[in-house]
Design a protein around this ligand. Structure first.
Ligand code: ADP
Length: 491
């Protein structure tokens, strides 16, 4: 099959969170199975160009219709660890992707609507006719709309779209000007509730809703989150739309790329280890403590890795630090915040705890350090308010770092409480789960984990090993996505 992925992120060149990991990891899995896959991305100025091999101009003067005129784009091509990527570089005074950031501009909806249009125009002009276009999140929500309403009439009638929603919170809300810009004229048609009109703001269009309505199949990133999005407030107003399209909606759990996230081959680790010989993990813990100037000794080391965002339950992350310290454990945090108040709050904590030999807060994005933390820590907390899938708990499991998670979204599908889970036999349980969002709930789970580590170290070791035996690679999700592609492709 010939598949084209169109997204705003791809690890490790342009990655903000899990979306980037998924685009890279799924592509790799599909290629291993013999399919042809290409990725189309914006050419951001702030990408990690050192991860692109052989970057060169593949197409120049791609003229993309925009606001009744056109913007000329150059399209570059290069390989990201073997994955063939095309990067769209618009030559416009609006410098859509040369802003020193991926997201967070006032005109993000215009920037990514343009990207979606340019990606389609590129496929159209270069006569690329994939069986399936797989697009991701709100940034590409308008793509299936334009494919179905415009490009279908220009020789792209057989292309099918699979649309994956990684986060319902950001949906891409815009006014009628977006129709003018993209050439989707006829506002009265697109402002129908059955099409793009936002379910709550009658004057706005919703990109993600367009993606759901117009795609041939829609997925979100875990079965439990699919249920939550359909039936609870987690769908952020799109529950009704999902209900109308439920016949083509399901949850597929994300995978982890075990070539990258694997303690027995990880190129960022000073010591490698496997489930049946964990000495390397002890050495990594020592190396991590040395690097972060933490005290050595017998204390368990608990970590948090992830964005510092309301979604991630920052109030509980904050509480976890102090509870761990009070309970005789060490704590390492690696996270970055886009919101100023959260950023200020964690910088304040960092300064306050600066001289504490049991705690280190690293504020910023650091891929390499994240690997050492996963390997060196004993436990990882993931106290999210909501979590569509969550990769950090799955990576933690692979590294023998026991997850302590809140039972929401994909965390429910991946972590099974050692003491209370009823769905798995004891020897298949792999972590600790709590449900409420208050401090006590988190404390009770952390307390059980720290207690096991301190009082029954052999049992704790067993729990680590049980977690390491889980297969959260792309193996199963790869099969699931191929099943979906087969189901929707034009026959
Ligand atoms: P989300 O997509 O909501 O950000 P996920 O758990 O799905 O969360 O994915 C997070 C990914 O980003 C993981 O690979 C994690 O290791 C990585 N990550 C998050 N924050 C940082 C950071 N500050 N430094 C390095 N890697 C990070």
């Amino acid at each position: 099959m010939y598949i084209v992925q169109i997204a705003s992120e791809c690890a490790p060149v342009c990655k903000v969170g899990g979306l980037g990991d998924v685009v890279y990891g799924l592509t790799r899995e599909l290629e291993i199975r013999g399919h042809t896959v290409e990725i189309i991305l914006p050419k951001y100025d702030c990408m990690r160009y050192d991860h692109i091999w052989g970057l060169h101009e593949a197409y120049n003067n791609l003229s993309v219709p925009w606001y009744g005129a056109a913007i000329s784009c150059n399209v570059y091509c290069g390989w990201v660890y073997g994955r063939l990527c095309f990067f769209i570089d618009p030559q416009s005074p609006d410098i859509f992707f040369n802003r020193g950031c991926y997201y967070g501009c006032n005109d993000d909806n215009i920037r990514f609507a343009f990207f979606s249009k340019a990606a389609l125009e590129f496929l159209h002009r270069t006569n690329k006719r994939p069986d399936v276009i797989h697009c991701h999140d709100w940034q590409t929500g308008l793509l299936p709309v334009m494919l179905y309403e415009m490009y279908k009439y220009h020789g792209m009638e057989y292309q099918r779209v699979c649309y994956t929603i990684h986060n319902f919170k950001h949906q891409g809300i815009a006014g009628a000007e977006i129709l003018q810009a993209t050439g989707l004229n006829r506002p009265e048609y697109y402002f129908e509730y059955d099409r793009l009109r936002d379910n709550f703001n009658p004057f706005a269009l919703n990109f993600m809703k367009g993606g759901i309505v117009y795609s041939n199949y829609v997925t979100t990133v875990s079965p439990n989150h699919a249920w939550e999005a359909h039936y609870t407030e987690v769908g952020c107003g799109l529950g009704h739309t999902i209900h109308q399209h439920e016949h083509k909606f399901s949850g597929v759990l994300n995978g982890i790329d075990y070539d990258v996230w694997n303690p027995s081959v990880d190129r960022y680790l000073p010591y490698h280890y496997e489930a049946d010989d964990m000495t390397g993990k002890e050495y990594n813990k020592k190396a991590l403590r040395e690097r972060l100037m933490l005290a050595h000794g017998k204390k368990p080391l608990i970590c948090y890795i992830g964005r510092l965002d309301d979604q991630k339950g920052v109030h509980l992350v904050h509480h976890a630090i102090y509870y761990a310290l009070n309970r005789g454990a060490q704590f390492v945090l690696l996270g970055s915040a886009t919101e100023k108040s959260i950023n200020d709050r964690f910088w304040h904590e960092k300064n306050f705890l600066n001289d504490n030999p049991d705690c280190h807060l690293e504020i910023g994005f650091n891929e390499e350090l994240s690997h050492l933390i996963y390997a060196g820590a004993d436990m990882i907390v993931v106290p999210s308010n909501y979590e569509p899938c969550g990769l950090t708990q799955m990576i933690g499991l692979k590294y023998g770092t026991v997850p302590i998670v809140r039972g929401v979204g994909g965390l429910v599908n991946t972590v099974f409480d050692r003491d209370y889970d009823k769905t798995k036999p004891t020897k298949e349980r792999n972590g600790y789960v709590f449900y409420q969002t208050d401090d006590q709930a988190l404390e009770s789970a952390m307390d059980r984990a720290i207690g096991l580590y301190q009082v029954y170290p052999k049992e704790f070791q067993k729990l680590r090993q049980q977690g390491m035996e889980y297969d959260y690679s792309w193996n199963h999700p790869g099969t699931d996505y191929l099943g979906i592609y087969e189901h929707i492709r034009h026959k």
